[in-house]
Structure formats: structure tokens, C-alpha cells
Design a protein around this ligand. Structure first.
Ligand code: 13P
Length: 248
């Protein structure tokens, strides 16, 4: 069984004051039976990493550049995230794919950069509402997985997050059978490509996860945790999701 992961994506939210939420979460989780991750905005990464060092909470970035260094104003190299204390980086989030035109090939290049820097890559995939309505969900996910992942991925370096675009920040959640269908499909695709190591890769669900719906989502086979946006911003809300994952 993969070790479960509760990952918070703070997106473009949080200034110094929000470090108090991480302090509160740390105090609420002195021990944890699951991995806990917060991916803050890059401006907080170093301070958050220093704050939670030695605790149950790990930190990650929300994106990285494909190159190791150079003339890329405003971008961050994976090595810089690692140097700031990150253990993970989210790559190919639908907001990056939409706002910055990131393609599967772009995401794959970033995954390689993340691995070179020693980071664990959390690669996001997910269909739009129009694609689901057209019956294209599994085809879209299959194409994104095939194109976004380099060869040779192993369970200790890759997490995959299924985030239906239409479920992000909307309060809409797929049915449990819909989540299960995609997660079963992703596991099968990863097994076919990477072999047995894929049995231990963490497959996260993301999109309007809250403490009130977390338990039923975590009971779906092949759901090994969650990638949480809005409900990760408040320690009490995120703690409820962590508790549900521990109990699953
Ligand atoms: P919400 O939990 O706010 O729907 O966001 C999900 C997400 O995009 C996490 O990466």
C-alpha cells in the first residue's frame, strides 16, 4: 500500500500572517500516520520550510522551470525550491496549463528538472467539463499521463493528482464511481508503463475536497490522498481532511 499523502496547495494565497496557520497545523499534528505537505507561494517557501523543519509537515513548490539556471526572469529552478527546503513540487496544475499554456511536453521537461534536483514531482491531470460531457475523460487522462511523465518514474519520486478542472474551487465533485474509474485507470496505465513500482505510487484526488466529503472520497480504491486547495488554507479545515485520511 502506498503511504498516504494529504497535500495542501495554497496557490496565490498567503503572506507572513498565514504562517500562523502552519504553526497551528504543526501543533495539531505532533504525530501523523500519513504524510502532510504544504505548498505555499514561493515567497513563503523558505520561511515555512524553516518553521516546519523536523515536524510532520513537509513543504513543496507549486511550479518550477525546466532549466537548471539562466536568464528566465521571474522563474524558479527546481534546485532553488530544494534549496529553500522543498521536498516536493506540483507540476502541470490545470491553472498552469490554462494560464501559462503549459503543454504535456512542458510538464515532462519540468518533471525531469524536479527529479534532477531531488524533488518528488506531483503531476496533475484532469479533464474539463466539456471533455467529460463528450465522454473523453479517460482518453484525456491517458494522453496527459503519457505525455507529462518521463520514462523510468518510480514510486518514491512521483505522485499523480487527478483534478477534474470543473471540480476545482467550484464545490462540484465527481461521483465516487467517477473518481474510482479514473483512479483505477491511472493505476493501470502507470503499471503498464512503469511496472510494479506503480503499485506504490500515490494517486491523489483533488477538486473541492473538504473535511465533510473527505472520508467517502478516501474510501474509494486507489485514492491514496488528496491535493487540497481552499480547504488547506485554514489549519482546522485541513486537519479535518488529514484526520479523515488517517482513519481511511
Ligand atoms: P480546491 O480544493 O480549492 O477545489 O482546489 C483544488 C486544487 O486545485 C488543488 O491543487
Amino acid at each position: 500500500m502506498p503511504r498516504k499523502l494529504a497535500a495542501g496547495n495554497w496557490k496565490m494565497n498567503g503572506t507572513s500572517a498565514e504562517l500562523d496557520q502552519a504553526r497551528a497545523l504543526m501543533a495539531a499534528c505532533p504525530t501523523a500516520g500519513v504524510d502532510i505537505l504544504i505548498c505555499p507561494p514561493a515567497t513563503l517557501l523558505s520561511r515555512l520550510s524553516d518553521l516546519v523543519r523536523g515536524s510532520t509537515i513537509a513543504t513543496g513548490g507549486q511550479d518550477c522551470h525546466a532549466n537548471a539556471m539562466g536568464a528566465h526572469t521571474g522563474d524558479l529552478a527546481a534546485e532553488m525550491l530544494a534549496d529553500a527546503g522543498a521536498g516536493y513540487v506540483i507540476l502541470g496544475h490545470s491553472e498552469r496549463r490554462a494560464d501559462h499554456n503549459e503543454t504535456d511536453a512542458d510538464v515532462q521537461a519540468k518533471v525531469k528538472a524536479a527529479l534532477n534536483a531531488g524533488l518528488i514531482a506531483i503531476v496533475c491531470v484532469g479533464e474539463t467539463e466539456a471533455q467529460r460531457d463528450a465522454g473523453q475523460t479517460l482518453a484525456v487522462i491517458g494522453t496527459q499521463l503519457a505525455g507529462s511523465l518521463p520514462n523510468g518514474m518510480t514510486d518514491d519520486r512521483l505522485v499523480v493528482a487527478y483534478e477534474p478542472v470543473w471540480a476545482i474551487g467550484t464545490g462540484k465533485v465527481p461521483t465516487l464511481p467517477q473518481i474510482g474509474e479514473v483512479h483505477d485507470f491511472m493505476r493501470a496505465q502507470l503499471l503498464a508503463r512503469f511496472g510494479n513500482t506503480a503499485n506504490a505510487m500515490r494517486l491523489l484526488y483533488g477538486g473541492s475536497v473538504k473535511s465533510s466529503n473527505a472520508a467517502e472520497i478516501f474510501a474509494v480504491p486507489n485514492v491514496d490522498g488528496a491535493l487540497v486547495g481552499g480547504a488547506s488554507l485554514k489549519a482546522a479545515d485541513f486537519k479535518g481532511i488529514i484526520d479523515a485520511l488517517e482513519a481511511a
